[in-house]
Design a protein around this ligand. Structure first.
Ligand code: NI
Length: 182
């Protein structure tokens, strides 16, 4: 297993639309293992392949308190969505930014697992939010896209400035994290 490098906003590669996985083989299983390791290492609760510069429809998540219930969705599709919920979200690709986003409250999702088996799952609350956030990544969409143009352009300026400065320690600001980093 290996820890992967996470792309940061406004990296244009975060805008690439991911392609369906053609075959769930060893290469994909190894990607899933590396993505899980990276997600746990970075204290995120979800990670999409797009964020590690692999443009295939794979996402992993774990919303459990003990970080011991990994989930993997390959070629996920939302079959049904219902209701609306607003939640403050963060993202490993947009460090230290937390914004409230409105999403469907209940979803039914179909996907393949890491063995290539089809499954369907009903999700609500944080799990539903997390799946939708990660599926957006696969479409090249980021949670900041839901913000107003003004707010987003301020963010972009901030991140460009940040990129020019020396990198801040990875733990900087971590104590302020209140919302899930997806
Ligand atoms: Ni994210």
């Amino acid at each position: 297993m290996a820890q992967l490098t996470i792309l940061h906003y406004p990296d244009p590669r975060l805008r690439i639309k991911a392609k369906p996985v053609r075959e769930v083989d060893e290469r994909i299983r190894s990607l899933v293992a590396d993505m899980l390791e990276t997600m746990y290492e970075e204290s995120g609760i979800g990670l999409a392949a797009t964020q590690v510069n692999v443009h295939e429809r794979v996402l992993v998540l774990d919303i459990s308190e003990d970080r011991d219930q990994p989930l993997c969705f390959i070629n996920p599709k939302i079959l049904h969505s219902e209701g609306e919920v607003s939640y403050e979200e963060g993202c490993l690709s947009v460090p230290d930014i937390f914004e409230t986003v409105s999403r469907a409250e209940f979803i039914r999702v179909a996907a393949l697992n890491e063995k290539g088996e089809h499954f369907e799952m009903d999700a609500e609350g944080l799990l539903a939010i997390c799946i939708q956030h990660e599926m957006d990544h696969l479409e090249g969409k980021l949670f900041v896209d839901y913000l107003s143009t003004l707010k987003r352009s301020r963010l972009k300026t901030k991140f460009r400035k940040k990129a020019k400065r020396a990198p801040v320690s990875r733990d900087a600001g971590r104590s302020r994290i209140s919302a899930p980093v997806i």
